[in-house]
Design a protein around this ligand. Structure first.
Ligand SMILES: Nc1ncnc2c1ncn2[C@@H]1O[C@H](COP(=O)(O)OP(=O)(O)OP(=O)(O)O)[C@@H](O)[C@H]1O
Ligand SMILES: O=C(CO)[C@H](O)[C@H](O)COP(=O)(O)O
Length: 297
């Protein structure tokens, strides 16, 4: 945590929608005039796609599974260092993992490879991470401790799998069988490294479909926002203005004292209403910590 160089992390499983959510954050950053440094979590994978294929095969020969959710295939130490270094100095190093031809062509590289490590732009206002492990804690690494605002993006699991299967087959060139196999292979790491993060988050956004998703492996399309509700759970945030949200978001209601439910189509509006004041507060603390505060504000 750092008042001077705050970090916001959106964490979620593969296909959960962390990249999609980045659009909502970009919109908020733009409207608040915030210059955010983007860190894509996939840059901390240890292996390129061909290297991962080999690692998975070798592990299988030894009767083990490795997946993109776990510590063997991701450098949690490098991720923690990235956050710690940014919190301390406002800079860090990042790279990109290129998933598709569209992403890879501008770099003259192949899909499934990394760009070289590069310094983040200097003088950014905050670091924005989206990926798998923004709230990870293991025996050796504590990534979560460096995050000032931790958001979980968590569709219910059937919907998450539908989103992953359809995205991976239509955009990333994988077969349905390969994606199903990777879901099976990931299950241990999913339980040990992905889901525990959602008990450390400040807010979880859980999309729940209102259409039948009981066989996610046969789904032809992703249920739309209008075919879903979003369950929003708050933890450890003071003064959550539930009456204001209930008034502003048509069709919203509370299901528990810390839980707001909104129609799926209102997810963007809900994110903006809820996150804008929290991000403004981070920026206010940042200015105070840097002695830039104008007491007339
Ligand atoms: N709220 C939503 N409504 C409808 N479709 C969605 C929503 N969120 C995500 N999707 C779709 O689900 C798929 C996966 O989303 P996205 O790429 O954002 O996931 P991700 O968490 O970034 O995955 P990865 O970590 O594997 O890159 C995409 O096809 C995206 O369009
Ligand atoms: O999104 C993922 C994890 O967040 C992917 O599973 C991982 O990055 C590997 O990508 P690809 O299947 O494109 O090689």
């Amino acid at each position: 945590m750092s008042d001077k160089n705050p970090i916001i992390a959106v964490t979620g499983s593969s296909g959960a929608g962390t990249s999609t959510t980045t659009n909502s954050f970009s919109h908020i950053f733009r409207s608040l005039g915030i210059d955010a440094a983007l860190v894509e979590g996939d840059c901390f994978h240890r292996f390129s796609r061909p290297e991962m294929d080999v690692a998975v095969r070798k592990a299988k020969e030894q009767g083990k599974y490795i997946s993109y959710f776990g510590a063997e295939a991701n450098d949690f130490g490098a991720l923690e260092n990235c956050f710690a270094h940014y919190a301390e100095h406002g800079i860090s190093k990042v790279r990109r993992y290129l998933h598709t031809f569209d992403e890879a062509v501008p770099y003259n590289q192949l899909p499934g490879t990394f760009t070289p490590w590069q310094d983040l732009r200097p003088d950014t206002d905050l670091l924005f991470y989206e990926g798998l492990h923004g709230g990870v804690v293991t025996e050796d690494n504590n990534v979560a401790q460096h995050v000032d605002l931790l958001i979980g993006m968590v569709p219910i699991v059937n919907l998450e799998w539908i989103q992953k299967i359809i995205r991976d087959t239509s955009e990333r060139g994988h077969s349905r069988e390969a994606v199903q196999a990777s879901i099976v292979r990931s299950m241990d790491d999913y339980i040990n490294h992905i889901t525990p993060q959602f008990s450390r988050t400040h807010i979880n956004f859980q999309r729940v479909p209102t259409v039948d998703t009981s066989n996610p492996f046969s789904a032809k399309d992703i249920p739309s926002l209008d075919e879903s509700f979003v369950v929003i759970r708050f933890r450890g945030i003071k003064h959550v203005d539930f009456p204001y949200y209930l008034q502003m978001i048509n069709g919203s209601f509370m299901s528990r004292v810390n839980t707001l439910v909104v129609p799926g189509g209102k997810m963007g509006l809900a994110m903006e209403l809820i996150l804008t004041p929290l991000i403004e507060e981070l920026m206010l603390k940042r200015r105070q910590a840097r002695g830039q505060i104008n007491w007339l504000e």
